[in-house]
Design a protein around this ligand. Structure first.
Ligand code: FDA
Length: 304
């Protein structure tokens, strides 16, 4: 049953017709638990509140898989506006983005042009931009673009997914760039040819690549709500005597809030991933696919 639900949410999250319908009806079905709002003003308000609670943020203007150059340029403009809003409001947040929303599937050149525009703005404001990692089909091109951009900018980083067999080698290869990496388990449906199908193997590899990246001395964002893994990494960090500014913990807005607060109270750097925008549907479906137990939460909201 859980597998059926997971596959259904993953399918719905990619379906453009359903996405368009959802867009028309506004934040519904409990999506506001995971999405900060549809406007930048709502998102900044959320970030300010998180800052007051001792947490940093990374804002993500939602949108993926654009079909035209105009949509890609508009999406880049929204990223620029987000960076401007962060700067003018004075909140503590950087930016996360998806390159498919900047035209990666249309042409690499278009995407690079948009990325440079965004990174120039970020640099002007002394801010940082993280490229989210999407499905496996975009993994190599994302790393190629990161490498190209790192030659020009030091305020850009990306994400490595522990479920991919290739990721350990990627951490070794990327070390020459001294990258700022976010490490995650991985959120997309991938085949066993390229990704560990067993959760236990993903968890093992996750701990392994986090420790590897920390050992290389590269800034590491440990992005997880898995309390056992976080405890294991905290023990490793303590054993090695790593300084608190060498890493941060990251979690998603609305998930495991007790654990978020606990880490803040223990003095760790914590950053919350805050998505916003009218294209909230695909993101919402991925959160449901991760945890079909959330379906009950959605059903309750259907009747509100
Ligand atoms: P796991 O899935 O094992 O969950 C551990 C516990 O966390 C669960 O038992 C539950 O208590 C809680 N939990 C997890 N997900 C929940 C949910 N949806 N609802 C309620 N509770 C939940 N992926 C990717 O492929 N590319 C990317 O760029 C990113 N970026 C990213 C940024 C940040 C800040 C985070 C935290 C995560 C990502 N991810 C991601 C998603 C990531 O790959 C992964 O799918 C989720 O973080 C869930 O994995 P956990 O490590 O939390 O463990």
């Amino acid at each position: 049953m859980e597998t059926i639900l997971r596959n259904t949410f993953q399918f719905l999250g990619k379906n453009r017709t359903v996405q368009r319908m959802a867009r028309r009806y506004g934040l519904k079905f409990g999506a506001s638990r995971f999405v900060a709002g549809e406007t930048i003003e709502q998102a900044i308000r959320t970030v300010r509140k998180l800052n007051e609670e001792g947490m940093m943020a990374t804002l993500d203007h939602l949108g993926e898989f654009v079909g035209t150059e105009e949509e890609a340029v508009e999406s880049a403009a929204m990223c620029v506006r987000t960076l401007e809003a962060i700067a003018s409001s004075g909140v503590n947040s950087n930016l996360s983005l998806k390159m498919t929303s900047l035209g990666l599937d249309i042409s690499k050149e278009l995407c690079l042009r948009n990325m440079r525009n965004i990174l120039d703005t970020a640099r002007r404001y002394g801010n940082f931009v993280r490229i989210d990692m999407e499905d496996f089909a975009h993994c190599q091109v994302t790393l190629d673009i990161l490498q190209q951009l790192r030659a020009e900018y030091d305020n850009v980083g990306t994400v490595i997914q522990a479920y991919l067999y290739r990721s350990e080698q990627d951490i070794h290869d990327l070390n020459r760039l001294k990258p700022n990496l976010r490490l995650v388990k991985g959120a997309y449906k991938e085949s066993p040819q390229i990704a560990f199908p067993e959760k236990s193997k993903v968890d093992e590899n996750f701990k392994k690549i986090i420790k590897l990246n920390l050992t290389y001395g590269n800034y590491t964002a440990i992005a997880s709500h898995d309390a056992a893994i976080i405890a294991d990494i905290k023990a490793f960090i303590q054993e090695r005597g790593l300084p608190r500014d060498a890493y941060e913990f990251q979690m998603l807005f609305g998930i495991s809030e007790d654990l978020q607060r606990q880490l803040v109270n223990e003095g760790y750097r914590v950053r919350i991933y805050v998505p916003y925008g009218v294209d909230w549907f695909g993101y919402f479906m991925r959160r449901l696919a991760e945890r079909p137990a959330n379906v009950w939460f959605v059903l309750k909201n259907l009747f509100k």
